[in-house]
Design a protein around this ligand. Structure first.
Ligand SMILES: Nc1nc2c(ncn2[C@@H]2O[C@H](COP(=O)(O)OP(=O)(O)O)[C@@H](O)[C@H]2O)c(=O)[nH]1
Ligand SMILES: [Mg+2]
Length: 393
């Protein structure tokens, strides 16, 4: 399962975001993380279910009238303060928690009501754009520390006749969760001396920044959008054009209202409707949330998760089935699984994603939308329904 980590300074709204985004699953509690670690839970990205293209809805319990929710792990990381990579505050704990993160949602206080140490200040008196740069530079510094610390070892090994820089760097990168694809991609964009002994600090810094951007892409959640002065929010969106205005507190209130049967709302909807009884105070609170949603097209919580997975991580959703006509599994469940795979994945990649045995026994695949066999080189696209034929079942 993909892992998204919530990072940001204290009081920006990470835990509120986490509670809102994992509320439903914490209730169900059928995933081991929810019981082992209160800061790890299951959330979902939202996509269009292929059952929309059929006469009947699939009836899957993660499909709500064609809105399909695909599980993703969410981690609420301890608040980050400046100097974390030097071990300040909960620095090391913070960075450890990010090692296995595939992407980061940087929750910032767009209302400018929290200073750099996470202490509350008057609205508009802190500069939220600093929080964007702050996380990036803290992570870059963490990567560079690891490279610096390991560089002597790299140069030592470079004297061996079979030395391979990429391979050696890959081992170093496991310290922050880097993978082979990231190392290869970043080295291709850099100019550097062939001999590691000749590398300067600047070479390592460029490598660290490239690896950070590749292996920990960041989406900015401009949180407390409900309180944020226009000019501050504008400044955040100008500084980072993929930033998403969010109201984590608003999303949490909506999910709780859904549980009480007060409103009808699916995460990521741009509006909600009132279906139950409300006190005047509750109604007024919900209308304030509605105002923010109208301005920004929703609470932004779902949008920021979707941005992380579908845009930054460039994944797509594909649906393996056994029966290519009815789009069901062997028990007749329609569209039973939704699987996130990187863009560019082939049917064989999907087979391996489902299970190593299925991948190893892969024979061919059928596109269940067209009922045609597809080639091994065929690149899957969002919403594909695929039957994998394998010697393993
Ligand atoms: N107005 C407003 N307050 C929020 C929002 N999100 C979180 N908060 C409040 O900000 C404070 C800090 O939130 P918390 O989630 O504990 O922050 P964390 O330290 O980053 O985990 C709490 O009082 C939250 O209720 C929001 O979208 N709007
Ligand atoms: Mg918290």
């Amino acid at each position: 399962m993909l892992t998204v980590a919530l990072a940001g300074k204290p009081n920006a709204g990470k835990s509120t975001f986490f509670s809102a985004a994992t509320e439903a699953d914490a209730e169900v509690g059928n995933y081991p993380f929810t019981t082992i670690d209160p800061n790890r839970g299951v959330t979902a990205v939202r996509t269009k279910c292929p059952c929309r293209d059929r006469d009947e809805r699939c009836g899957n319990d993660r499909c709500f009238d064609g809105k399909r929710y695909v599980p993703v792990e969410l981690v609420d990381v301890a608040g980050l303060v400046p100097g974390a990579h030097e071990g300040r505050g909960l620095g090391n704990q913070f960075l450890d928690a990010l090692t296995d993160a595939d992407a980061i949602v940087n929750v910032i206080d767009a209302a400018g009501a929290t200073n750099a140490e996470g202490e509350p200040v008057d609205i508009g008196s802190a500069d939220p754009t600093e929080e964007i740069v702050f996380i990036e530079s803290e992570l870059d510094a963490w990567f560079q520390d690891i490279l610096d610390r390991n560089w002597e070892g790299v140069t030592r090994r470079s004297r061996a006749p079979d030395f391979d820089l990429e391979e050696t760097l890959l081992e170093v990168c496991t310290g922050f969760g880097g993978d082979a694809a990231a190392v290869t991609a970043v080295l291709r964009t850099l100019e550097y001396p062939a001999d590691p002994i000749a590398w300067e600090d600047d070479h390592r810094r460029a490598l660290a920044e490239g690896l950070r951007a590749q292996s920990k892409p960041i989406v900015v959640a401009a949180n407390k959008a409900d309180l944020a002065p226009e000019d501050l929010l504008e400044a955040v969106l100008t500084a980072d054009d993929s930033a998403v205005p969010t109201t984590a507190a608003g999303e949490l209130a909506l999910r709780r209202a859904v549980e009480r049967g007060a409103i009808s709302y699916d995460p990521g909807d741009d509006d909600f409707s009132i279906v139950g009884d409300l006190t005047d105070e509750q109604a007024a609170g919900l209308e304030r949330i509605r105002d923010t949603m109208t301005k920004h097209g929703g609470t932004g919580v779902q949008t920021s998760l979707n941005t992380a997975v579908y845009e930054l991580l460039d994944h797509i959703t594909v649906y393996p089935v056994e029966n290519e006509t009815r789009w069901t599994d062997a028990d007749g469940n329609m569209l039973p699984d939704a699987v996130l795979v990187p863009t560019g994945s082939t049917p064989r990649d999907l087979a391996f994603e489902i299970h190593t045995d299925i991948g190893e026994g892969y024979l061919h695949a059928v596109d269940a939308r067209s009922n045609r066999r597809i080639s091994d080189q065929h690149e899957l696209t969002e919403g594909d329904v695929i039957k994998i034929v394998s010697t393993a079942t």
